[in-house]
Write a protein that binds this ligand. Structure first.
Ligand code: SF4
Length: 233
């Protein structure tokens, strides 16, 4: 077991180094660093593109500039404002539910109390909100609080499965929780962002560009795909 654990940590370190060699080490820049606004943003990010998430968020903030105004909005008003991002009804319900509960429990719209909490407890608190899963919670904990949380989205899941870092049957949440403790301190953000970039640009869902992938030397699926073909990069 200890050997397997060390093996996963070492493999993640190699993957991260190879990705940094191709893409550099991205800076963490949250769209919104204020935790409650970041929670709203991450709820809006579910099942949509970054562009449509940002459009929905901008329209929402324009129409309801303060969190109090947003919390007082009617569900139909919210749905109208965020329709561009899809799943408007479910997202509006999740946002209003989260704001109402934070206000009721904390007396205001602040999640700053999470700062001093151990990561598993902070994650458990956030995932107790309807509509907030491990991915959403981890994005918030990483980008707003700088915690060593490792968000796994569909790109990260696909790539890490192909690399054999998580089992083929892993869910987003299982993959996140199994990889997280093995990512080097300080590397959770850069590795997350570089895996997403690789998934979008190279390790695409269909026809991955293995011949030009920086991870080919450490990727079992890439090696299988490349049998009988020539590497071009
Ligand atoms: Fe994906 Fe191919 Fe790269 Fe493996 S070698 S990570 S399958 S693009």
């Amino acid at each position: 077991m200890a050997g397997a654990v060390r093996g996963l940590s070492a493999r993640l370190r190699i993957v991260s180094g190879l990705l940094a060699g191709r893409f550099g080490r991205p800076e963490l820049c949250a769209h919104e660093t204020e935790p409650v606004r970041n929670l709203v943003l991450t709820i809006l990010s579910q099942n949509t593109t970054d562009a449509n998430r940002d459009r929905a968020y901008d329209r929402l903030m324009k129409r309801f500039p303060t969190l109090s105004a947003l919390a007082a909005a009617r569900p139909s008003e919210l749905e109208e404002a965020i329709r561009v991002g899809g799943l408007a009804k479910a997202k509006a319900k999740a946002i209003l539910g989260a704001l109402a509960r934070i206000r009721e429990e904390r007396g205001g719209y602040s999640l700053d109390f999470l700062r001093g909490m151990p990561l598993p407890e902070a994650r458990a608190y956030l995932t107790s909100f309807p509509g907030v899963g491990v991915k959403t919670a981890n994005i918030l904990l990483l980008f707003s609080f700088g915690m060593p949380a490792f968000p796994v989205d569909t790109h990260v899941l696909r790539v890490t499965k192909r690399l054999g870092l998580v089992p083929g049957a892993s869910t987003l949440a299982k993959a996140a929780l199994s990889l997280e403790p093995h990512v080097e301190t300080g590397d959770h953000g850069p590795l997350h962002l570089n895996l997403i970039r690789l998934g979008r640009e190279v390790c695409r869902p269909r026809n991955p560009l293995c011949a030009e992938c920086p991870l080919l030397t450490v990727c079992p699926e890439g090696k299988r795909n490349m049998k009988g073909k020539e590497r071009i990069a």
